[in-house]
Design a protein around this ligand. Structure first.
Ligand SMILES: Cc1cc2nc3c(=O)[nH]c(=O)nc-3n(C[C@H](O)[C@H](O)[C@H](O)COP(=O)(O)O)c2cc1C
Length: 136
């Protein structure tokens, strides 16, 4: 359960996909690795504080569900989202790859975001199949 803003949506391998970038040191990474599915959920402005907490505190140190007051909701697939989400994408993992320094074509990007490790290590890239979409 973490806030993520880097990523996007697209069309790949004849499927609707999302791609996300998760640093291996995130507690959440254990779950993106240990499960076949992940959910991407989107919230109205009034949940900004909850998203701020989920983006600055680690699940290693506190119970984010209790701290945010968000309401866990199980989807048909068995994956979890939160009742407050205005949009949830229920996704199945298709592809994962670590980023590597030698893959960067523009070294300015590597230098700006990774060389001096301002936010942590190189991301893992996940491409996931959007199997179901839920809105409220
Ligand atoms: C607005 C915002 C966007 C973020 N986007 C990402 C992201 O795309 N990928 C990532 O690995 N971390 C991102 N983070 C950082 C994680 O959300 C943060 O490290 C979080 O505390 C990880 O929680 P966890 O250790 O419980 O997994 C973002 C943080 C914020 C505040």
């Amino acid at each position: 359960m973490m806030t993520a803003s880097w990523g996007g949506l697209g069309w790949l391998w004849n499927k609707p996909v999302a791609y996300v970038f998760i640093r291996p040191e995130r507690y959440t990474h254990k779950f993106t690795e240990g499960n076949d599915r992940m959910t991407l959920s989107f919230y109205d402005e009034k949940y900004r504080k909850a998203l701020q907490l989920c983006g600055t505190k680690s699940g290693r140190d506190l119970d984010k569900i209790a701290a945010t007051g968000l309401t866990p909701l199980k989807l048909e697939s068995g994956a979890m989202t939160f009742a407050e989400a205005r949009l949830t994408l229920d996704c199945k993992k298709l592809f994962k790859s670590p980023m590597k320094e030698e893959y960067f074509i523009d070294n300015n990007v590597y230098g700006r975001w990774y060389n001096d490790k301002p936010g942590g290590s190189l991301h893992d890239i996940y491409i996931v199949d959007i199997e179901a979409v839920y809105t409220i």
